[in-house]
Design a protein around this ligand. Structure first.
Ligand code: BGC
Length: 491
């Protein structure tokens, strides 16, 4: 059983006595109040979340889109075959060659990451797809992989942005998220754009499936672990996927695409819940959240993601420092020029500051000095540590509201949430804070969330973009070999 101090730390950073200056203490107090999400508020957010999940299943074009992915059920663990996979991340693209041996234990992976060019986030479609196709080309040459027109290498493409899928090898991008702003892709089928660039380079590759990272995480995990209930990403962006019955997806009731499927057929749903509460009815927005939104390439969108995902946690922190500097409350004597660069602080930096237990916080002092040429006073260092904690606690607690809403909607009360992403992996305290908030919303008895046998636990997703994309491609090909239509197969 954790002691009271630890519980307070998980839910709210209450200790501010070590900050000497009164002005800074007052600021800290204000921030702690603004960023605190108490149990009642958590429940209110999660209830509204559940309503928006339901609405997304009811009709097309709702706030939380609830995209059908055409992944029809969990894998058996016996899927087999070798697949090329590519994952377009925020800073790298990762290409893998995954061999599934037909037994959930044996998986072979060869992989390589290629760094995306600096300016790609604001480039044009052709530059993006050329870079992706050329990376695939390099990889197959380096790995000496052979394919031909008759027997091409099968490709699973992880594209982790909101895309409407008419079938598994198709995905029309609705809007860029996570700071991407590449022209000529929104409203277009990304599979078809990649396919035509692959064919321009005359590569022996056939695109089999387009998947979201959340679906990949869920399926990769389920390939080995039947207790998997949800795939969730707590990273640069945030989102989750789960399995629902076709009969629950009421917006499909007149769709020809499902008329041959039984109403009980499971369908993986990519929720795209970063867009939760875009109408801003329940989220407790601070002035910093509003500023991030206004200055982003897509104001008004991804309200929930902008408060809880890794891309934005460091940015909230940076805006707080700039705010205090401009009001002359703190960092007065500092040259904070380098901190004026948007998005220059990442999640790893934030967790380093929060976890610094060195005497006089000299490690943080060095981190600030090395990264930003800033010489913080001892008081400013203490203040900064508290602020890092306050932002991270709120992020973790908000992240629990989405998963809790899925569990309540589905009546799920135990299982594994396969999670991936920089916040889940690089922020050591995230999982504990998330679990406590989940327990608060789902009404677990005190202490349960902190124990080994909490009913719903986060586990690390086993390589969603590699294994997940391969397993999903194998499942689609198996359906076809049974005579079902899985793909459009446009060439
Ligand atoms: C995207 C989702 C993705 C999530 C996590 C969001 O910004 O819209 O498709 O799953 O980030 O990567």
């Amino acid at each position: 059983m954790p002691d009271t101090k630890e519980i307070n730390e998980i839910t709210k950073d209450k200790n501010q006595g070590d900050v000497g200056s009164r002005e800074l203490r007052n600021e800290l107090h204000r921030l702690q109040e603004d960023f605190h999400v108490d149990e009642k508020k958590l429940r209110e957010i999660s209830e509204h979340f559940q309503e928006e999940l339901e609405e997304g299943l009811q009709d097309h074009g709702k706030n939380i889109a609830m995209y059908v992915t055409w992944v029809l059920g969990f894998p058996t663990g016996k899927e087999e075959g070798s697949f090329l996979t590519v994952d377009l991340g925020g800073t790298n693209i990762r290409v893998c060659y995954v061999s599934l041996q037909g037994s959930h234990k044996d998986i072979g992976i060869k992989q390589h990451q290629y760094k995306l060019p600096e300016n790609i986030k604001t480039a044009e479609a052709s530059e993006l797809w050329t870079f992706v196709a050329e990376s695939l080309q390099k990889f197959i040459e380096e790995q000496n992989l052979r394919g031909s027109k008759e027997s091409p290498l099968c490709l699973g493409f992880t594209f982790s942005y909101p895309a409407i899928q008419g079938c598994i090898d198709h995905g029309v991008l609705q809007t860029w998220t996570k700071g991407f702003n590449i022209s000529g892709v929104e409203g277009k089928d990304v599979a078809s754009q990649l396919r035509s660039t692959i064919s321009k380079l005359d590569l022996p590759i056939e695109l089999i499936a387009v998947i979201n990272d959340t679906t990949g995480a869920m399926i990769a995990s389920a390939y080995k672990d039947p207790a998997t209930i949800i795939g969730a990403i707590f990273g640069t962006g945030c989102n989750a996927a789960y399995m629902d019955k076709i009969s629950n997806i009421r917006k499909l009731k007149d769709s020809k695409a499902v008329k041959n499927l039984s109403p009980d057929t499971p369908m993986a749903i990519n929720c795209e819940y970063g867009a939760f509460d875009n109408a801003r009815r329940v989220l407790p927005l601070t002035k910093y959240d509003k500023q991030i939104d206004e200055e982003s390439p897509r104001p008004g969108e991804q309200a929930f993601e902008k408060m809880s995902a890794g891309l934005y946690l460091g940015e909230i922190y940076r805006l707080i420092i700039l705010d205090l500097h401009s009001r002359g409350v703190a960092f007065k004597e500092q040259n904070i020029g380098k901190l004026r660069d948007p998005y220059c602080i990442d999640t790893a930096f934030l967790s380093k500051i929060e976890d610094d237990d060195s005497p006089d916080l000299h490690e943080s002092a060095q981190t600030f000095r090395q990264n930003f040429d800033v010489e913080m006073t001892r008081d400013e260092l203490r203040f900064s540590k508290h602020v890092a904690k306050v932002i991270a606690i709120r992020g973790a607690r908000l992240c629990a509201t989405g998963v809790a809403a899925i569990c309540r909607k589905q009546g799920i009360n135990k299982g594994h949430v396969a999670a991936d992403g920089s916040v889940a992996n690089k922020h050591p305290k995230f999982k504990k804070r998330w679990a406590r908030a989940l327990g608060d919303i789902l009404g677990w008895e005190k202490g349960v969330a902190d124990g080994e046998d909490a009913p719903i636990v986060i586990i690390s997703a086993a390589d969603g973009s590699g294994v997940g994309a391969a397993v999903i491609s194998a499942m689609a090909m198996e359906r076809e070999s049974r005579g079902e239509k899985a793909r459009i197969k446009e060439r």
